[in-house]
Write a protein that binds this ligand. Structure first.
Ligand SMILES: Cc1cc2nc3c(=O)[nH]c(=O)nc-3n(C[C@H](O)[C@H](O)[C@H](O)COP(=O)(O)O)c2cc1C
Length: 159
């Protein structure tokens, strides 16, 4: 089983988060496939047990590169239902639209019929960093990776 982490990052902040998300997946005993949107193909989506998307906050939403990747995922419409999913982002400002960015990515995962689990104990919709991720944000990233991996295993066991 594996979790695919697809991210876009221009200046490295989102990339640092992506690497920590991967550590959380690995800690749960699953393989983590870490790819930039440029490296990833939508064909990777069909093979993954869990899918986590990461993008910087651009004007309160995901970067165009990530949106373009999601739009191409229509190739697998109705084929990704029941997979575990999640999202993470980084922004310039605390109130700079990071939650709307997370929700923009989560919305696409939900439309695919995927299972997205929030959390009551840390950033509710997924980890957020303001600028370069600090220790708290990195811990949130590991937690996200672990949560999605656990959910993927539970969903696989229930099938
Ligand atoms: C085109 C563009 C739009 C941005 N829009 C926002 C925004 O709406 N709100 C915000 O807080 N930061 C915004 N930022 C800042 C980035 O979200 C922030 O620098 C982020 O950490 C960059 O991530 P990266 O290092 O992974 O590329 C924007 C940056 C760019 C280049």
């Amino acid at each position: 089983m594996h979790v695919l982490i697809v991210y876009f990052s221009r200046s490295g902040n989102t990339e640092k988060m992506a690497r920590e998300v991967a550590q959380g997946v690995i800690a749960e005993g699953l393989e983590a496939k870490l790819k930039t949107v440029a490296e990833a193909s939508v064909d990777d989506l069909a093979l993954a047990d869990g899918i986590i998307l990461g993008s910087p906050t651009y004007y309160g939403s995901m970067a165009a590169e990530m949106k373009s990747f999601i739009d191409k995922s229509v190739k697998y419409h109705r084929k990704l239902a029941g997979k575990a999913g999640g999202a993470f982002t980084t922004s310039g400002l605390t109130g700079g639209g990071n939650e709307t960015t997370l929700l923009s990515m989560i919305t696409a995962l939900l439309i695919h019929g995927m299972a997205v689990q929030g959390t009551s104990t840390s950033d509710h919709y997924g980890p957020v960093a303001v600028g370069a991720p600090d220790d708290k944000a990195l811990a949130g990233c590991r937690e996200l990776g672990s949560r999605v991996a656990k959910l993927a295993k539970a969903l696989a066991a229930a099938r």
